[in-house]
Design a binder for this molecule. Structure first.
Ligand code: MRU
Length: 349
């Protein structure tokens, strides 16, 4: 992991992904030589986080184009179409994935008249641009979002919405970083985020490297600390935001939003506009991924439940917009009524 903390690197003609299933114990990089390798890495959560899986998928499309070789343009387009179909099926909730694949496919259409090798190189450049734009958006959101925090604040975050989940810098963690960089006195409660433990394994790892003071808590402790007056704001990312401002994010986000509401604590979602899905009227229409029961019955390789225990494992939930005080995007901070404010942000682009 470099100083800037990026979870991907393009070397030679191979995509390298920092294997997030190994953190924090090991910093291991996984090589992806094909779109299929990238799709597998996304399914297995070796790369995760809405913007990061979109970026990985964009590089996956570029890999398909590069591997298609020097045939004719229709072979190239077929390879891109096939790769896109495989990649969008990997995880259903984060809209950034389909957004990035569609952007790559549109670019491929525009490049159709070029020699296939030149077109493949231009697609690789497009994937790089998507990643760079995401990091720039995060830095902008960070600055806009940090202005919502007082000079001294203790905030709570959930899952990992940091550099590891994005093109760099982070969304929710980006807002926290920006506040810290502005000299604000910030402390972070990090919810461990059962069952995959993105908070404990990834956010704690990032904050430690950044030197931002934090306290790791189990998810069930959040209400206790809110009631004690120790939480000034809840700051989370998003996987998909519907037109009415409902926010789909990591399972447990909804509980935190209701708790924050009950305690009069502001709840912020920080996400780039690539996470908005204004084609869906509300959060009930957002597909929520169901993951393997094994992630609930085991922590790593260790079983924590009796064999055969019935399990439910929705990996995401949807938080109604009435619990969301603001949605911070790179184009501005949206507030209720979200139908209007989000649409304005998209239309003014
Ligand atoms: O299942 P994950 O780890 O991909 O879920 C990630 C989240 O829910 C994040 O909060 C969200 O993608 C925003 S990341 C900037």
């Amino acid at each position: 992991m470099d100083e800037e903390m990026r979870c991907f690197a393009w070397r030679g003609d191979v995509l390298h992904l920092l294997d997030q299933t190994r953190l924090p114990q090991q910093e291991e990089w996984l090589e992806c030589h094909s779109a299929g390798d990238v799709a597998r890495a996304i399914v297995e959560m070796r790369v995760r986080g809405a913007p990061a899986i979109g970026i990985a998928a964009a590089f996956g499309v570029a890999l398909a184009a590069l591997r298609a070789g020097a045939g004719d343009s229709s072979e190239l387009m077929a390879a891109i179409e096939q790769a896109g179909q495989t990649l969008v099926q990997t995880r259903p909730t984060a809209v950034n994935l389909a957004w990035a694949v569609q952007r790559m496919q549109a670019r491929a259409q525009a490049l159709k008249m070029l020699d296939p090798e030149e077109a493949a190189l231009a697609l690789l450049q497009e994937a790089r641009t998507i990643a760079e734009e995401d990091e720039a958006a995060n830095r902008r959101m960070g600055m806009l979002g940090q202005a919502l925090l007082p000079a001294k604040a203790s905030v709570l975050t959930h899952c990992n919405a940091g550099a590891l989940a994005t093109g760099g810098y982070g969304t929710a963690v980006g807002m926290i970083r920006a506040a810290h960089e502005q000299g604000k006195e910030i402390h972070v409660f990090v919810g461990e985020t059962r069952p995959f433990l993105q908070g404990a394994r990834l956010t704690a790892w990032e904050l430690q490297r950044l030197g931002i003071p934090f306290t790791l808590i189990t998810d069930s402790m959040a209400g206790h600390f809110m009631r004690q007056g120790q939480v000034d704001a809840v700051i989370v990312g998003a996987d998909r935001i519907a037109a009415n401002g409902d926010v789909a994010n990591k399972i447990g986000t909804y509980s935190l939003a209701v708790l924050a509401f009950a305690h009069g604590i502001p709840f912020y979602s920080v996400a780039p506009t690539s996470t908005l899905d204004l084609s869906l009227s509300d959060g009930a229409k957002i597909p929520l991924e169901q993951r393997s029961p094994r992630e609930v019955t085991h922590i790593g390789a260790v079983p924590v439940a009796p064999e055969g225990a019935p399990v439910a494992h929705p990996a995401f939930d949807s938080t109604p917009h009435r619990y969301v005080n603001a949605i911070v995007t790179e184009r501005g901070v949206a507030r209720a009524p979200y139908e209007e404010s989000l649409r304005r942000l998209v239309e003014e682009a």
